[in-house]
Ligand binder design. Structure first.
Ligand SMILES: Cc1cc2nc3c(=O)[nH]c(=O)nc-3n(C[C@H](O)[C@H](O)[C@H](O)COP(=O)(O)OP(=O)(O)OC[C@H]3O[C@@H](n4cnc5c(N)ncnc54)[C@H](O)[C@@H]3O)c2cc1C
Length: 420
């Protein structure tokens, strides 16, 4: 058994980074951040996901008066801007992101373990985690902490500790599809046809059997470089990202799709004739897997009706965005213009494990609410809230569920994570 930490945060995505930094800044002495890769960022870097979906009130322009997420998320944006790694208030450079996040974690004197996978948990009593088992080049070892924050995206720690979890939509349990993001470079943008024309050509290629992708159209975004186009358009359906065999099948299937898409673009779409396949993400992107059952389950209705709660710890106005878990089509339902909803602190609190907080996409929510709250800005906000709550609990010698939400909100407002 190694050192006894105050807080262990598992998962170095935007949620986990915000959680670790917030815990440290709020007075926690020993914080350990564990990440399975050799760099930080989670889906923002290992999934090559881009851009930040809106962190402003629904349908409002990207102006500070309409902004919903600040705090550590804003600090990340500021540092990206400083290194010329951010444009149009949404597109970022994934390589600069990795550097920025390393620096932010190092500056806070947070202990960091890269290339380390959490593989098991040990419980002291039925409702308390005692330690975790990590697997890395040193073999297996156990690390102990008083408090744990699960930012794995898949609720790995919660699941291993016996927190009840749900997956996918109610009717058949299928989660949103997985997508490998990839980039094509040396594109002559001036020659590119309209999105409608590209989609028409794509539909014909699918009909001819040249592309095996159930997605209805071609989804692409700008990057930091004019000649590089970011594609978020592959789709692997009806596979469970927490089933190792199905995840492996998904990785194999999606690489073929990437290649088919590239060939289609090069052969059929003006502007792509001299292009090349620049990069695919280190791993397939996972939109949805486990969702914990916590003290409150956020619903699609809460999202669409713009519910604000007494214990809201961050806000979002991103639409309900469900890529069809079993085939073609995407359901998008927007909030009223100018509206937004709150994410209650209770959604971060597992129903049965007391010294664990869960933040990011696997919080306690329905499939529909999850499709909105999963985007990067609210994830960072949830992370900051979880780390702050862990610090407040430790300071008072209580469990996270005993932290007064009014006190937590006050702290988050003081630290500029939320503004009201
Ligand atoms: C294809 C796709 C497109 C998307 N598009 C957008 C978009 O355009 N805009 C937007 O804002 N959001 C988008 N999202 C959503 C968003 O990227 C994620 O939901 C968000 O980044 C989740 O952040 P996180 O930190 O909670 O989890 P993750 O980013 O998944 O981070 C989890 C981290 O934990 C680590 N980890 C996991 N398990 C373990 C373990 N057992 N031990 C150690 N480490 C572990 C992982 O390596 C990872 O670094 C998209 C997602 C996908 C998949």
């Amino acid at each position: 058994m190694e050192k006894n930490y105050d807080v262990i945060v598992v998962g170095g995505g935007l949620t986990g980074i915000a959680a670790a930094i917030a815990a440290k800044r709020n007075g926690v002495k020993d914080v350990l951040l564990i990440e399975r890769y050799g760099f930080l960022g989670g889906m923002a870097t290992n999934g090559l996901v881009n851009p930040f979906m809106s962190y402003f009130k629904s349908g409002e322009p990207y102006e500070e008066e309409y902004q919903l997420t600040f705090g550590i998320f804003q600090e990340i944006l500021d540092r990206l801007i400083e290194l010329e790694g951010f444009k149009n208030k949404r597109t970022f450079d994934a390589e600069i992101m990795k550097l920025v996040l390393n620096r932010m974690v190092k500056e806070e004197d947070i202990d960091l373990l890269f290339h380390t996978y959490v593989a098991d948990v040990q419980k002291e009593e039925e409702n308390c985690i005692h330690s975790i088992t990590v697997s890395n080049k040193a073999g297996l070892s156990n690390i102990r902490a008083n408090m744990f924050v699960d930012c794995t995206g898949d609720a790995d720690i919660a699941y291993m500790a016996g927190v009840p979890c749900k997956k996918g939509r109610d009717e058949d349990g299928y989660s949103q599809p997985m997508t490998m993001c990839f980039r094509i470079a040396n594109v002559d943008r001036a020659k590119m046809p309209s999105r409608d024309k590209i989609n028409e050509l794509y539909t014909q290629a699918v009909k001819r059997g040249e592309i095996n992708n159930p997605r209805e159209n071609v989804l692409f975004f700008d990057t930091m470089q004019d000649d590089v186009i970011h594609f978020n358009t592959t789709r692997v359906v009806m596979k469970d990202a927490t089933n190792p065999k199905e995840l492996t099948e998904a990785e194999l299937e999606v690489r073929e799709q990437c290649w088919q898409m590239f060939h289609f673009l090069k052969k059929e779409v003006d502007g792509f004739q001299d292009s090349y396949f620049q990069v695919s993400a280190p791993q397939i992107g996972i939109r949805e897997s486990r969702r914990i059952v916590g003290k409150y389950i956020l619903t699609g209705e809460d999202v669409i009706s713009g519910q604000k709660f007494d214990d809201s710890i961050c806000y979002s106005a991103y639409c309900i965005d469900i890529h069809n878990p079993s085939g073609t089509g995407t359901i998008i339902t927007q909030l009223q213009k100018g509206d937004y909803y709150g994410i209650p602190y209770r959604c971060l609190l597992p129903e049965n494990i007391e010294n664990l907080l869960v933040a990011g996409r696997p919080i306690s929510s329905s499939h529909e609410a999850h499709s909105s709250l999963r985007v990067m800005p609210p994830c960072a906000g949830m992370g900051q809230a979880a780390g702050t709550a862990a610090a407040l609990a430790l300071e008072s010698g209580i469990m996270p569920y005993q932290v007064e939400s009014s006190l937590l909100r006050k702290k988050l407002i003081k630290d500029d994570s939320i503004r009201w």
